[in-house]
Ligand binder design. Sequence first.
Ligand code: SF4
Length: 243
Amino acid sequence: MAGRREQVTIGRPYVERPERVRILDRLGPDELLVHEIYRSIQGESTFAGLPCTFVRLTACHLRCRWCDTPHAFGQGQPLRISEVLDRVKELGERLVEITGGEPLLQPGVYPLMEGLVQGGYQVLLETSGSLDVSGVPRSVHIIMDIKCPGSGEEGSNRWENIELLKDWHDEVKFVVANHADFQWALDVIRRYRLHDRLNVLISPAYGLVEPKVLAEWILESRLPVRMQLQLHKYIWGPEARGV
Ligand code: SF4
């Protein structure tokens, strides 16, 4: 119980560009600003291909050059945590991903994760890797980005997070926009021996690197990393939302 009490009292994290997340100021203590909740096929991670409910929270303090969810920066509806849990229950999937934007910006995400875990869901958290993940419940499966230079957000990586990830449970993801990004990712993987304890995912930035080219780079590297494509973009097209 002590751990749970600690998690529900986590406050808003410090961010360098607070004007980007000012929209969260008006939230009540038991509310979340929710961009969308929907049911789809999981497009990424080792859970790719499975039916999943997505809870997309509003706001992000970063601005990755290739970001495909800028619509989640500022549009959202305030919902009580209990309303989010009800909606997830209505959609009826056992697998639930909390994503954004950056979901760890909202303190209400911690009781939401606790509520989902207690409700028997398998919970995935997709996070930018720039905020402290130490308060995430142990059973939540973290999928953490490591931002390559081509994103423009390399300086936002919180390297201390790597030690906090759970061996063979959590995943790290690199989105590469060019060959220099790929080389940079390989250096990071080798330096932290990521492939010895985590699932390592490498994706091409959509429209910037051809999947075939990335496949060749990975094979040349001889590292046991997992190439992933954003499945939902191939099924429904790159511009489709809520899928
Ligand atoms: S962290 Fe995610 S939501 Fe935020 S700018 Fe980057 S890609 Fe977009």
